[in-house]
Design a protein around this ligand. Sequence first.
Ligand code: ADP
Ligand code: MG
Length: 240
Amino acid sequence: MIRVEHLTKKFGDTLVLDDISEHIDEGEKVVIIGPSGSGKSTFLRCLNLLEIPTSGRVWFNNQEITSQNTDINKIRCQMGMVFQHFNLFPNKTVKRNITLAPVRTGLMTQEQADQRAMELLHRVGLEDKADVYPASLSGGQKQRIAIVRAMAMNPRVLLFDEPTSALDPEMVGEVLEVMRELAEDGMTMAIVTHEMGFAREVGSRVLFINEGKVQEEGTPEEIFSHPKNPRLQDFLSKVL
Ligand code: ADP
Ligand code: MG
């Protein structure tokens, strides 16, 4: 579904991603781990061109999205993204947050989008929050709404960038639970996280990014029980 070849990203003279070639297949749940500052967010953001690669190419469903001819906005509609800090619109109700993109892009009428929003809110147990503003929600509720907002576009893939890192510990579980259900429903997902238990349980493949390279990848069993790279062993000894 997503393929990157020789992906390199520099900020000024700093090399942040160093010649990464990777792929995410339909239905895979690819978990990305690694130390802070290693390039995990930049990698994720290059997949939907929120960051423009310095060199290398990115494909989405066999269409090269780094090509000049691609309408990237059309592609982004099919790639939902969930951020660490939720990024909800504070001046819009929960329901408006969810329906804005599907209506603006012409994917749905307001009525259709409202109906879809209520279905999704029901799935995450927040239908009673449809008409409130984000400020009145807890962090865990905000993040569940942000996931619902991404899902409202019926994306082909969801990208998560440390979705639970900004949450109080008691709210982490409710967000991971929603993500676990999406995974069980067959959603294709790429997830940057420090939640190693979740990575182990839900991940179909784990990538260890360090110093801008994928230094090791494998099944959760391979990565967590039999890590080979000393840098990965060192990282795991600090986070597990
Ligand atoms: P991670 O998500 O693994 O913590 P990032 O991808 O956010 O790492 O950052 C990797 C490196 O790139 C860091 O050194 C960071 O300071 C740098 N970086 C990230 N975004 C920018 C930017 N917009 N401008 C300059 N440097 C950046
Ligand atoms: Mg990051």
